[in-house]
Design a binder for this molecule. Structure first.
Ligand SMILES: Nc1nc2c(ncn2[C@@H]2O[C@H](COP(=O)(O)OP(=O)(O)OP(=O)(O)O)[C@@H](O)[C@H]2O)c(=O)[nH]1
Ligand SMILES: [Mg+2]
Length: 188
């Protein structure tokens, strides 16, 4: 099974950990603690029509105090989910910087722009974030970690893209072997 690395980036409070929690545990927590450094999770992309893919997810902190260590998490990432909060203009203004930072380390990384918290009153217009996605040549998905909206679309799109692009860096390929033990939470 092919294993790809996925990293979540974006300002603090944009909802990165909540998105991971929704994907991995199908849960939402109103008052989630801010991430310290980064947290690790495993997630399997399963679909009857596509090859199964394992994702090693690095949920990073948006806090500036960890800026210097962030490139370590970007290295060898196949996918970067750039998250902003549609109810917070600053989180949208900073999206370009996050994209630049990840591209500086992994130019071929597949980037998705996630317009999160779509259950709240928007402060950023859809035209504005769709224009940014167009300018950056990336896909954009409107979502909510709270309601789960948009996240199955994200999973389907990512799965298709990762199976379509065999040249992407694969972190590890395991063929009929027990997987090495990994530290941190794993969904299985
Ligand atoms: N209404 C609403 N609230 C959300 C949503 N996603 C996250 N939140 C809330 O926003 C707050 C911040 O979410 P986190 O997931 O901790 O944000 P983060 O990006 O991981 O933040 P850092 O770890 O500090 O970088 C939490 O109180 C969440 O409950 C959403 O889709 N809708
Ligand atoms: Mg977090």
């Amino acid at each position: 099974m092919k294993t790809h690395k996925l990293v979540l980036i974006g300002n603090a409070y944009s909802g990165k950990s909540s998105i991971v929690m929704r994907l991995v545990k199908n849960r939402f927590v109103e008052y989630l603690e801010s991430t310290i450094g980064a947290a690790f999770f495993c997630y399997h992309l399963r679909d009857d029509n596509l090859e199964e893919v394992k994702l090693e997810i690095w949920d990073t902190s948006g806090s500036e105090k960890y800026n210097s260590i962030m490139p370590l998490y970007y290295r060898k990432a196949s996918v970067a989910l750039t998250v902003f909060d549609i109810s917070n203009k600053q989180s949208f203004k900073d999206v370009k910087k996050w994209i630049e930072n990840v591209r500086a380390v992994e130019p071929d990384c597949i980037i998705y722009l996630l317009a999160n918290k779509c259950d709240l009153q928007p402060q950023v217009s859809k035209e504005d974030y769709e224009q940014l996605a167009y300018d950056e040549q990336i896909e954009c998905i409107t979502c909510s970690a709270k309601t789960g909206e948009g996240l199955s679309e994200l999973v389907q799109k990512m799965h298709l893209k990762l199976t379509e692009k065999p040249h992407l860096q694969i972190v590890r390929e395991v063929i009929s072997q027990p997987e090495p033990e990994v530290k941190g939470y794993c969904c299985r």
